[in-house]
Design a protein around this ligand. Sequence first.
Ligand SMILES: [Zn+2]
Length: 777
Amino acid sequence: MNGPENMLPNETSNGLENAAEEGDGRSVVPGGSGARTVTAVRGRLVWFCDDPFLVGTGAAMRHEKDGLLICVDGRIAYSGPYQDGIGRVPEGVKVVDYRHCVITPGFVDSHVHYTQVGMVASYGEKLINWLDKFVYPEGMKYSDKKYAEEGAELFCKELLRNGTTTALVFTSTYPHSVDVLFDRAAKYGMRIAAGKVLMDRNAPEALLDRSVEEAMEQTRGLIDKWHNKAGTRNVYAVMPRFPLACTRDMLTEAGRLWEEYPSVLMHSHIAENADEVFEGRKLFPECRTYLDVLDDHGLLRAGTVLAHGVHLTLGELDTCHRTGAAIAHCPTSNLFLGSGLFRLRDATTPSRPVTVGLATDVGGGTSLSMLTTMNEAYKVGALDGNPIDAVRLFYLATLGSARAMRMDHQIGSLQRGHEADFVVLDPRATPLLEKRTRTGDGSIEDVLFALALLGDAEAVEATYVAGRRVHQRGRKEEKATWSDFPFAWSRYDWKSGSWIPDQVVATTRGWRLPAIDAFAGGLHCVYNDPTDLLHWTVFTKKDDRPGTWSKPESLGVRSHASVALAPYHDLLYCFYSRDGKICWKSRDDQMAKPWGPEREIPGLSSQQPPAVTAYNDDLHVLAVDGERRMHWNTYHSSTGAWSGWEPWKDGNGDIVKGGWPSIAAYAGRLYVVYSPGADADVRWTARDPGGEWWRHRDLEGTAGTGQPRIAHYNGLLYAIGSWWESGKYQETWWAQQGVDVPEWTTPRSITQIRTGSFSGNGLTAYHGQLYTAYFTG
Ligand SMILES: [Zn+2]
């Protein structure tokens, strides 16, 4: 669909302008150690409480469409419906509004090499040659501590920019390469697992451990220094590179050391490449299988994370299941190095499931984005006849990886008590993503799939670590000010036959289509401010003097759609949808009096603004339900009663479907225009006084119009709208028709309006001229 009004219900993008101040975590209780840091964010929450490969997606996923997260001192204190939780937000804490975004647990990358950020995307080799030609030479540079520090800093920042809050990280054999990474992770407050690489053969001399004893001594020193130390979230992992690079002694001692420190992780590569497996079988002929090399040295149990596993046999997968060893699936790396296709279906089969996480494996992998990694995981699955759905992909990238790392009680979830690491994903991050998520069915499965397949770091609006925002997407982008535009108006001068250049009222700001109508000598306008609070302002013009707008005042209600106005029997009526209900207020012609109380038209749920006009002494309302079906209702002021909702049927007896209708009385008929769907022309019809509807026809040349409006002026009926293209409204068009020739003129651009209106144009006759009001894009 087109235009910002046509977004998913209840998804708005207000409140970003203050986000930097509000989202950084604020102490609400002054004073020393007793101070609590509280952060609250609102958005569409998704997380997992179980494994969808085992229990199905419905049972595994938690989804809160209008959700609230409250984080206290780095942990999640509340995650659930906004309405139920808002009362728990302490005074003084502002809720950061991400209602247009999806909030998931921070991504968990279960296998990545920070020492390879400098050689990622190096051309043309398979694993063994690639290690020799690119990885090891780059690795040697990390003997320089300063070089290592720069690499660690870049790596941590890039993880956060991509929404990754935890990673299991390969370093190099140099102990200081671990020091600098843990140091940077502590600086950002991230939960990072890493360890010194153990490697004593089949690599350049300068990279090898000089002895097994020294390697173990260094490892012990690092564990004592960093593992689970207060004030950090660092976790150590014992890291034999892979069987080909380790002697039996090294593997034996690594296994012993892990016995000594059972709370650390064990991380290695296995069965990535067919040549590797072949070489491994030759090097360890005494082992029954290649995986048994690790098992025989005490390196397989819960807490083991094995990167790749592409060429593991079914029997070896059985071993993983039996021992509790997990696999980190690295699809971009497996494709880039031509290693092969990991068989996720075999690994996750419910009869003997293996714990699987998702991983980038940069620099064998080609992106630090877990979204990009999901994209490639989908394709690897598709080649195996197993197209993985978005729910499972997001599971793998969050709770799945956390389980692989034995951290699922701490991270990978938005469940209360978990560490408050989360990522805010923007389904409107790019024009393509926006178009795609707007035209999709709006289900969470569809939005997640679009994000996975089309998203990357650009889709990451913000990243939070322990309740503190550590990354915010660049503000130069349009999205940051999506809801905040200056108000403008123009009018058509019948005598000169042209529109006056747009008049901007910069102090009045908002974004959705402003409704305008003439009433009691003034031009009334009701609009949504940047936070969707409804405001009204009145333009008054006398004689030939320039008119003035009154200071806007609040109606005291919020609506996540624009509104409709109509004068009827000495009152001005304002209709809007609020929380799915169709509501209205009215005011009389005494300017001093405010709007009356809110009333509801019961019986229909709608997230769109209804269309309204007075016709044949009744007030007619046309509204759109959740399935885009349209319904009529009429009201008579003498009885104060509604006739009840009637579905609007076309000539075939089918209920008319569409959105964003506008209705107007003209020449004794009731006219309707509406938007039938994305990229289709606006449709229109009219009802004769006898009650017969005309055939619905296209208003040709208006494809891409989100919200058309019609109004009667000076003997003709006018239509106005804006063409939506490339993620924004480009130009405003108008057309007209007369009584005798019920056909629209070809729509023409109003060139006097600079960029086209942002969300659509209000339209009405006032003071002998035709007025339009809009927010400038
Ligand atoms: Zn790797």
